[in-house]
Design a binder for this molecule. Structure first.
Ligand SMILES: Cc1cc2nc3c(=O)[nH]c(=O)nc-3n(C[C@H](O)[C@H](O)[C@H](O)COP(=O)(O)OP(=O)(O)OC[C@H]3O[C@@H](n4cnc5c(N)ncnc54)[C@H](O)[C@@H]3O)c2cc1C
Length: 531
């Protein structure tokens, strides 16, 4: 089977690329996705991710190597379904601003500054607030603001303004500097917008776009110095697909370096240890992985308020479900992390370096347990926006089933520790400020034993976690050793690009979905221009 382009992975970037390349009816595009087609309605209800993230039906769940700080292995979850992680994620849509994008460009990546990226966002977005100089109004990607009329949510925002002097407005993506407001979300008319629902399903009838779900790319195939196809496993059978023009690897930050290494593209010493022959020596494949580490905390409320009260008993869940079915309204129709703030960890900084997420909901045993508490509360997690510590992801063997070696590195760089130490103080100050103080009764966790900056770092290591945003495992950069050039072409071979969160050398926003969707949009332009 021959196509012009083969895109591997249908997540934030891959779905956009396949969709846009196939707009030209003469271009034959194959999109290969390891997961299924994603027909479960829970994938489309914003609150459905509470269920779809459990178990392994729609996700990969990787165990890391023991982390340095605790010696414990942690679990990294990623989407494995049409739409990739955008089909199961938290839906927070944070784009980053001019300063962050211009920093990426200044690192030696021409064409990735704000003046290129903002037009891509504007073309892509169908924002319910409508078009403006900051956002798009009639693009395919449904975005809305997780605004509620709840008094508690308003009190959180008002406390940020009153206590910290943060700015607020209807759209925090249309603001810069320290700010707090309702979260922008990939939710439209009460339904999750995934990259599949926005970019693939509307074009399912295109004869020149083939979508092979349940098909896992095992390795890339070469014709001399050119990548000419893909060997994939489908239903237990090996199948070969040929690409007349290019293969685009869009398999996410974890799977992308694994696929490259299985194909013989990587650091010769890593490949040697895994028993894989070298096709293209590319020493940085699998390195430079940047993931944020969040500091969790939770406050108990002295009165009933917030999402816990709407969802913490079976009758309430049934009522929430009925409201959703009848009117697409209520808590099931919204993303739960509905307040976001950006602040500076030190006043002398030029711009915010911490993102905080506030959820008007209490959990029983901590952030990652997904079990609602009986009492009302506010859950907070804060983390450095652009961490400098970096880890790695490599294969442990040539076989598709060989488990990855994920070295998760966090809080190793002093910049990351400096950004993390004051996070709890800022949040505690917020909770003590009017009008929020009238709701708050006590701190559920971590409690008074975590006070000093170093205690906060220890708490982040012990109780915190990565937040699924890792980037950088096959990144662009100006050095000959960098895996990609600024057009996302893999150095040292023809016919191969990498377009996914893996392609970013730094975190350009507090969240990685919006940047990766934009990367897909821009990648499609680059590929079309290079034809
Ligand atoms: C639980 C969770 C919550 C998150 N919450 C947020 C959030 O609220 N806001 C935010 O901005 N970001 C969030 N993210 C991160 C964001 O979703 C990702 O950064 C983004 O989707 C990455 O896009 P991608 O295209 O690189 O990869 P993905 O979206 O992960 O897609 C990769 C796709 O490739 C497929 N694939 C992998 N290997 C192969 C192979 N060998 N063959 C065929 N197919 C393959 C996978 O099945 C998957 O569908 C979250 C992620 C997760 C997992």
């Amino acid at each position: 089977m021959e196509f012009d382009y083969i895109v591997i992975g249908s997540g934030a970037a891959g779905a956009v690329i396949a969709s846009r390349l196939s707009e030209d009816p003469r271009t034959r595009v194959l999109l290969i996705e390891g997961g299924g087609p994603g027909r479960n309605p829970l994938l489309h209800y914003p609150m459905g991710f509470y269920f779809t993230l459990k178990g392994g039906r729609y996700t990969y769940r990787y165990r890391t190597l023991p982390v340095a700080q605790t010696g414990e292995r942690e679990v990294w979850t990623r989407g494995r379904v049409l739409g990739g992680s955008t089909a199961v994620n938290g839906m927070m849509y944070m784009r980053g601003g001019r300063a962050e994008w211009d920093e990426l460009e200044a690192l030696g990546n021409p064409g990735w500054g704000w003046d290129t990226v903002l037009p891509a966002f504007r073309e892509m977005e169908g924002h319910t607030l409508g078009a403006s100089e900051w956002r798009g109004g009639d693009g395919p990607l449904g975005v809305s603001i997780a605004r509620t009329e709840a008094g508690l949510d308003r009190a959180i925002i008002d406390a940020g303004v009153a206590r910290h002097g943060w700015a607020t407005g209807e759209d925090v993506n249309a603001m810069e500097g320290e700010r707090i407001g309702f979260s922008p979300a990939t939710v439209a008319r009460g339904r999750r917008t995934s990259s599949a629902s926005a970019f693939l399903r509307p074009h399912a009838g295109r004869p020149n776009l083939a979508i092979a779900t349940g098909t896992r790319a095992e390795r890339l195939l070469f014709d001399g110095d050119r990548v000419a196809g893909v060997l994939a496993l489908r239903g237990g059978n090996r199948e070969q697909f040929d690409a007349a023009r290019e293969v685009v690897v869009a398999a996410g930050t974890v799977e992308t370096p694994l696929l490259l290494e299985r194909s013989g593209i990587g650091d010769p010493s890593v490949l040697g240890e895994a028993g894989i022959a070298v096709r293209v020596a590319s020493p940085k494949v699998g390195t430079g992985v940047k993931e944020q580490r969040m500091v969790p905390s939770q406050f108990r409320l002295g009165r009933r308020a917030g999402l816990t009260e709407e969802l913490n008993t079976l009758p309430r869940q049934a009522w929430a479900g009925a409201r959703y079915i009848l009117a697409r309204s209520g808590p099931v129709s919204r993303m739960p992390y509905n307040v976001v703030c950006h602040f500076k960890s030190a006043p002398e900084l030029e711009r915010p370096d911490v993102q905080g997420i506030l959820t008007p909901m209490a959990m029983e045993l901590g952030f990652h347990d997904y079990r609602l508490a009986k009492h009302s509360g506010i859950l907070f997690s804060g983390y450095p926006i652009n961490p400098r510590s970096s880890g790695s992801i490599h294969v442990s063997g040539a076989d598709l089933t060989a488990p990855p070696l994920i070295e998760s590195s966090f809080l190793a760089a002093e910049e990351d520790r400096a950004a993390t130490r004051p996070i709890l103080d800022r949040f505690r100050e917020l909770m003590a400020a009017g009008p929020l103080a009238e709701y708050v009764e006590a701190e559920d966790f971590p409690g008074p034993e975590v006070r000093t900056g170093d205690e906060v770092l220890a708490w982040a290591a012990e109780a915190g976690a990565g937040i699924y945003h890792a980037v950088g495992s096959a990144a662009m950069g100006p050095d000959p050793d960098d895996v990609l050039d600024e057009r996302l072409r893999l150095r040292g071979v023809e016919g191969l690009r990498v377009a996914s969160a893996a392609s970013y050398p730094i975190q350009v926003s507090g969240s990685s979905m919006a940047p990766t969707l934009a990367l897909g949009w821009i990648a499609a332009d680059l590929i079309a221009a290079d034809r």
